[in-house]
Design a protein around this ligand. Structure first.
Ligand code: NAG
Ligand code: NAG
Ligand code: NAG
Ligand code: NAG
Length: 245
């Protein structure tokens, strides 16, 4: 299997114990350390990476939750993207990114490309150009251990709200492509949902990313009270209780 193909496949399936815990812990929900190259012999790459990471960690100007920094020339170029959940205040966002930056270096110490996903943010870097590029893999999902009592009605309502939110998020601007809403089913079950793309994607790319990612709902989350799918360029999350601000 080529690297390009294996990057698209499902990587892991984590069971959700505390789905709406908002506190950031040091460990990510999931990490991806790519097997596309190490920088053990390349001090220039490592130095560029460390500089990019410290610039992002030190930034206090960006207030809209999206960070893209680049440094260096091929083959030592480093590109990094940080994305916070769209409803978070800048300080909470920065705390999550600073923690991610520390953890990504611990977890993926020599990889030229890596991603970490948290409840509050996602952080990635690569030696490839990643700004503006739609990537739906690798992805992973989490789901609630609890099931709903009438799954067909509930599933339909989740699919429908995710579809509506996809259009709203896709029409966002270059700083924020994020949408949240809630709905109540005929049997009075409430659903809170959010979807988000990295805002460097075009409207079409954001729509495609979310369409593909929310298309995993039947596999990940059929009849589950809560669930999430996280990809590099977009993600969705729903719960029966409110979990966003
Ligand atoms: C990178 O280093 C790790 C750990 O030493 C090794 O397992 C992996 O095969 C290396 N990857 C490449 C692409 O050289
Ligand atoms: C983010 O990426 C865009 C497009 O490559 C670039 O124009 C912009 O300068 C980048 N921002 C930073 C802070 O690197
Ligand atoms: C929820 O449904 C799944 C799949 O049918 C089942 O394996 C699981 O045990 C159920 N969970 C609970 C808490 O009943
Ligand atoms: C999205 O799904 C469609 C249909 O399966 C597929 O052709 C396309 O390549 C996918 N796009 C991405 C970016 O994964």
């Amino acid at each position: 299997m080529s690297t390009a193909t294996s990057r698209m496949i499902f990587l892991s399936c984590a069971i959700f114990i505390q789905l709406f815990a908002l506190t950031t812990t040091a460990q990510p929900n999931f990490q991806y350390c790519a097997d596309t190259g190490n920088f053990t012999d390349n001090r220039v790459y490592e130095s560029n990476l460390n500089q990019v990471l410290s610039s992002i960690a030190a930034d206090t100007k960006i207030t809209y939750g999206f960070y893209n920094f680049s440094l260096g020339d091929h083959p030592d170029e480093v590109h990094a993207i940080g994305l916070c959940r769209g409803d978070l205040k800048p300080e909470i966002c920065r705390t999550c990114l600073r923690n991610s930056i520390q953890e990504i270096r611990n977890l993926c110490p020599t990889q030229k490309e890596a991603i970490v996903w948290y409840d509050n943010c996602m952080f990635r870097y690569s030696d490839r150009h990643i700004f503006g590029s739609l990537e739906t893999g690798p992805y992973f999902w989490m789901y609630s251990m609890n099931n709903v009592s009438n799954p067909s009605e509930f599933n339909q309502a989740v699919i429908s709200i995710l579809d509506k939110l996809t259009s709203r998020a896709a029409s966002g601007d270059s700083r924020l492509k994020f949408a949240t809403d809630s709905t109540t089913t005929a049997s009075s079950q409430t659903i809170f949902a959010l979807v988000q793309c990295t805002p460097d994607l075009s409207m079409e790319a954001c729509r495609e990313c979310l369409t593909n990612t929310t298309g995993l709902f039947p596999q990940c989350c059929d009849g589950r009270q809560g669930g999430r799918v996280m990809a590099p360029s977009c993600n969705f999350w729903y719960e029966k209780d409110k979990f966003y601000n």
